[in-house]
Design a protein around this ligand. Sequence first.
Ligand code: TYM
Length: 334
Amino acid sequence: MEQATQKVLYSAVQPSGNLTIGNYVGAIRNWVKLQHEFTCFYAIADLHAITVRQIPAELRRHTLELAALYIACGIDPEKCTLYVQSHVSAHAELAWILNTITYVGEMERMTQFKDKAAKHAENVNMGLMAYPVLMAADILLYQAHVVPVGIDQRQHLEITRDIATRFNNRYGETFRIPEAYIVKEGAKIGSLQDPVHKMSKSDENPNASVYMADDRDTIIRKFKRAVTDSDNRIVASEDKPGVTNLLNIYASFKGCTVAEAEKEFEGKGYGDFKLAVGETVADALAPIQAEQKRLLADKAYLSEILARGAQNAAYAARKTLSKVQRKIGLYRGE
Ligand code: TYM
């Protein structure tokens, strides 16, 4: 499966709710394209998900659904290592070690920490604060060259690079310094109700996000209700975040540029435009949904894929972890 000559790619999604088209366009869809070029590790980041409170039965269900979704979106489990983060204990072990070279002040400054701490004020736990350190551990364990993510993860990639560099400076060359891979189109899909903010799995307003599991009518209805503005011109510009977001979504799903999309809708009204966006997204999701459903009916197959993935990942991760343990002076026997 692994080809030593290929560069390593690492990415993950949290099974913290129903995935949105933001997760798809910003992350998973690019993974599919990149799987031929790189040796890929794709994780289901369940240890990250528990930094906010999860209902155990739902976390379990979301984990399996996400595995099926990865495959349904086109990730080939024979080509890539697809696994659940908590199945590989090296993640938690390296995260602990990296915690000791990461400063509280650095973590307090993270935008996502500040946002989540405000949103879950009753549960500002140590895990939430150390979230970026666990993410650094994920990436560094596999000596990843590239990490394809949406733009909201850029800061986490920067701190990963800082932590790796600090470790290398202190203990000698150990970690490869990874690069973020952020595609311009779709790097940030906005909320349909508040388009300057990102579309999120955990939005309380169900009309704000289009979920990968939404049926055709729901998708079309949500796009019909999407906020735009009153001037009725279908062009992308900073003062038209709603229309720009819809153009971006349309172009991403249609496989055209935003300029081409603008041209296509020249002279049309918002009603026609929103319907076309909804139909295009629904058409693209239908085969993925059908395939995910088919896969979820065969839990034994999915479990087998995940077990194999965990074994593969654990082997690669252990190599880095052993090196780290030795370098920092943990006694490993004579
Ligand atoms: P998560 O689960 O929040 O998001 C998964 C991926 O989807 C991208 N994304 C978006 N892209 C465009 N528009 C949006 N509205 C949108 N919403 C989400 C995210 O940028 C991300 O790429 N911390 C990570 C999970 C993780 C990880 C890692 C990623 C854990 N360990 C190691 C890379 C490498 C996260 O928050 O995922």
